[in-house]
Ligand binder design. Structure first.
Ligand SMILES: Cc1ncc(COP(=O)(O)O)c(C=O)c1O
Length: 346
């Protein structure tokens, strides 16, 4: 079976880990600081704080906001990863689902109508594609989530120009989970040019400095070992992006003349996932599995459904969207298998 994700960890990763182990400093230290400086510089913000996961990054960003203003109602995309919902629930706020369009970006008109009643929004670049609503001026703080879209750019023609995603929110978050574009093993980051916000997160990530009123216990720091893995992945992320892009263009050709169609991507996005719309996602995923292709639903269940809100766009996306493996090391045999499976199942 061709897996849906297959990050490749070569010897550079082993070498980086070995170096950290030999240094004797394995917990949060210089390597985390170097990763923070690197990412802040890359996306063009002043500060970055490493944490133990993307989910923690979302949660701590919301806590940091809540320390300064009321955060009762938080707008979230209806069709997104469940971590977004966990974070909103963790700060005891009400999630308000914003529906998506046919292209899986937010339905802009509906989102604008809701904006007035929200205290904050989490905007996700879905599956690596660009959510242009991060460019709008919202009447509440924006948390920009680049867990899946890291390395993508807004309005660029090639992937080397245009403004980096992560540079638009009042605060942004990233994930270093293995299957993510900047993934080592696991980890996350909060990024912002707001010094106060980042300082708060820095205190909250450490059990010894976190305020005792916070309704969570534990340590949310990243280790230098995890940071070292993420730094190696980051260093090869452009190359991986190029590879995925070429693969995605090849898939586009295979879809020509087929009724099912790929969801529109920007040239400058990071080509993280390749998503197609079909009539019946369940049936197609099953058929692809029987042809050796580990296709998957982009999200297990719409967040709107989990919280009992009705979002038609998200329901349609769940019914129709299939994510195909878009790997960085596909063999000729695997490509041949993919091509045949697409022709047979779509
Ligand atoms: C959009 C999005 N945000 C946040 C997260 C959470 O990241 P992590 O797995 O590092 O907790 C994910 C994970 O799947 C995600 O897809």
């Amino acid at each position: 079976m061709i897996p849906h994700s297959r990050p490749v960890f070569g010897t550079a990763f082993a070498d980086a880990v070995q170096q950290v182990v030999k240094s004797g400093q394995l917990a949060t230290g210089k390597v985390c600081a170097a990763l923070e400086a690197e990412v802040a510089g890359l996306i063009g913000v002043r500060y970055a704080v490493t944490v133990d996961s993307g989910t923690s990054a979302l949660m701590l960003a919301l806590y940091a906001l809540k320390a300064k203003r009321k955060v009762r109602r938080v707008g979230i995309p209806a069709y997104a990863c469940r971590a977004v919902l966990h974070a909103v629930r963790a700060v005891d706020a009400e999630p308000v689902c914003m529906d998506c369009n046919d292209d899986l970006r937010l339905d802009a008109e509906k989102a604008r109508d809701m904006a007035e009643s929200l205290d904050a929004v989490i905007l996700v670049h879905p599956f690596g594609m660009i959510e242009s609503m991060v460019k709008e001026s919202w009447c509440c703080p924006v948390i920009e989530d680049i867990a899946q879209s890291a390395g993508g750019r807004m309005d660029g023609q090639t992937g080397e120009d245009g403004r980096m995603v992560g540079n638009f929110g009042d605060v942004s978050i990233a994930s270093f989970y293995a299957t993510k574009p900047w993934g080592g093993a696991c980890g996350g980051m909060v990024m912002s040019s707001d010094a106060d916000m980042c300082e708060r997160v820095r205190h909250m990530r450490c059990a010894d400095t976190a305020g005792i009123t916070l309704p969570y216990a534990g340590n949310h720091q990243l280790s230098d070992i995890h940071a070292a893995l993420a730094r190696v992945r980051l260093s090869q992320s452009n190359q991986e992006r190029e590879y995925r892009m070429r693969q995605a263009v090849a898939y586009d050709e295979w879809f020509m003349g087929i009724k099912s169609y790929p969801v529109k991507r920007e040239v400058s996005c990071n080509h993280y996932r390749y998503i197609v719309r079909v009539d019946d996602a369940s049936g197609v995923i099953e058929a692809l599995h029987s042809h050796g292709v580990g296709a998957a639903r982009p999200v297990e269940e719409p967040l709107s459904r989990l919280v009992g809100q009705r979002c038609q766009g998200a329901e349609a996306a769940w019914q129709q969207c299939v994510s195909l493996p878009l790997l960085t090391d596909m063999s000729e045999d695997e490509l041949d298998c993919m091509r045949k499976a697409i022709a047979a199942c779509m």
